[in-house]
Design a protein. Sequence first.
Length: 297
Amino acid sequence: MSTPANLSIKMRSWLFAPGDSDKKMAKAADSAADIALFDLEDAVATENKVLARKLVHDFLASRTEGRERLWVRINPLDGPYTLLDLAAIMPARPGGIMLPKVYGRQDVDRLDHYLSALEVANGIEQGSTPLIVLVTETAEAMFHTGSYKGAPRVVALTWGAEDLADSIGASSNRNEDGSYGFTYELARSMCLLGAATAGVTAIETIQGDFRDLDGLKARAEKVRRDGYRGMLAIHPAQVDVINAAFTPTAEEIAQAREIVDIFAKNPGVGAIGYKGGMLDRPYLSRAEQLLKQAGLT
């Protein structure tokens, strides 16, 4: 089975668009978002799901260029719609699939079997359709966030707070000051740790207030410092803010290059003096990762 070719695309911004709206899908696809996510799940009412499948298929089929950045969120595996979604969209070769409301690694393995069969049936290279997995939307899934190492097709993990609150019967997922409650901050951390364990990209969840771009900027920059490398978006206005927040600055790149060069000139040294302090190997690793994130290695 091949490795998904889409690993090489940027994954800073993931812009949702409802699958039952041609206009909104076109707007997402034509935006600056790294990935446009056509939604067949929460954004589509039950009575519109048949129409949405056809619209998403036809939209994908009409876009011969850049299809690797046109992904689809299907309905969860514990409902009646997953196979109908996949049968409708896979002939049009989506760039990737988002799997929501998982219960654990076994859901990824099951979806891999479905996708393999549909890829063969449609002349698609087997194993080439990548996945992003929503790993915290059910209470059970929280106990399995570290189980995705080596999971087939998975290139990114993300998390969600709204469905998790519903799963555990919470009346709110926020503190009085508007910040996430402990359980949901835990979900964010477990997603990040799970992604690091699996060696895939960690993607931050949405910000519902799409008008608060200053708040979005602060939050995106904060989670990037924590280790996240991209963020979900629900409105085109959020995309530029997210892209900027997850793109290393010129100053960061210059410093990272300087650190890499210092260690290159001193092979075998574990710690080196630098600007009045000391750098050890973790600093080198972070510098190398930043340059990779910037596409410079």
